[in-house]
Write a protein that binds this ligand. Structure first.
Ligand code: MLT
Length: 267
């Protein structure tokens, strides 16, 4: 059952019991990308994965969106489910940009952070221009044109070459994104603030999980965040590109399992 919040209905998955682990998907994706985590981690935590506004089965509401708007949606989502205990928040790529915004607004609700395939920096002037070009492409040619342009970059070359079924699964996940969400996300991505100053302020356990062969966000970004976030743990996921949780779920889930065990040493 979706929850009604802040003027739209939000679809979500909810499996398991215990420490809430909230997963935030990237652009232009939805909660289906977290299926291997729902399957693999529900024995050790309460795994929650919403579709952000406009995405997947959540209502297609027009933008512009922002990382702060998404962070407020997530806080309202937790309230709607009556979750007031501290959570672990995991974001992939755009989801990671939203994690930084959530940390700035709602740090008291957090027990830990997991940042995967993401970066702290804002868009460069060149990438801002590319966002405008993508928006134009989406308006003129629809969601499929965005999807076909992104798909070759999302996965590691080895994944694209050897796992056609996973390539098709990712294509189908992206195809469920509304035009409203694509256009809304592109504004959120383009206008997001630089989160580099936030890194030194993070005072809770943080796990960094980049894919070793990410073609969208290079590994150096995670290494730089690791150097800047006090006490953070970096685990590079092998045989994976920009979607390490889907490309190598065994290594990804094992790293999260270890992280949760360190947070709950008695369990
Ligand atoms: C994503 O996966 O969320 C996007 O690639 C993020 C971005 O384009 O900056």
């Amino acid at each position: 059952m979706p929850v009604k919040l802040r003027g739209f209905s939000m679809a979500y998955s909810d499996a398991g019991k215990g420490l809430p682990l909230l997963f935030v998907h990237g652009y232009p994706l939805n909660r289906r990308m977290w299926d291997p985590q729902l399957q693999g981690l529900a024995e050790v935590a309460r795994v929650l994965a919403p579709d952000l506004r406009g995405h997947g089965e959540s209502q297609a509401v027009p933008g512009p969106y922002s990382v702060d708007l998404f962070a407020d949606d997530l806080a309202a989502f937790l309230d709607a489910l009556g979750i007031h205990q501290k959570i672990v928040l995991c974001g992939l790529s755009m989801g990671g940009y939203i994690v930084f915004a959530f940390y700035r607004k709602y740090a008291a609700r957090l027990a830990g952070l997991i940042l995967t395939a993401t970066r702290a920096a804002a868009d460069t002037p060149q990438s801002r221009l590319a966002r405008d070009q993508s928006a134009q492409l989406a308006r003129q040619q629809g969601v499929d044109a965005i999807l076909e342009a992104m798909l070759p970059k999302l996965l590691a070359p080895v994944t694209s070459q050897t796992r056609p079924e996973l390539v098709e699964q990712v294509r189908q996940i992206m195809a469920a994104t509304s035009l409203e969400a694509i256009l809304g996300d592109l504004v959120a991505l383009k206008e997001r603030p630089d989160s580099t100053p936030t890194l030194a302020e993070i005072e809770i356990p943080t796990l960094l999980l980049p894919g070793a062969q990410d073609q969208i966000i290079p590994l150096q970004e995670a290494q730089a965040m690791h150097a800047a976030i006090r006490g953070s743990v970096l685990e590079v996921i092998p045989d994976a590109g920009h979607l390490p949780n889907l490309e190598n779920p065994a290594a990804f889930n094992a790293a999260i399992h270890r992280f949760i065990n360190r947070l709950n040493p008695t369990e």
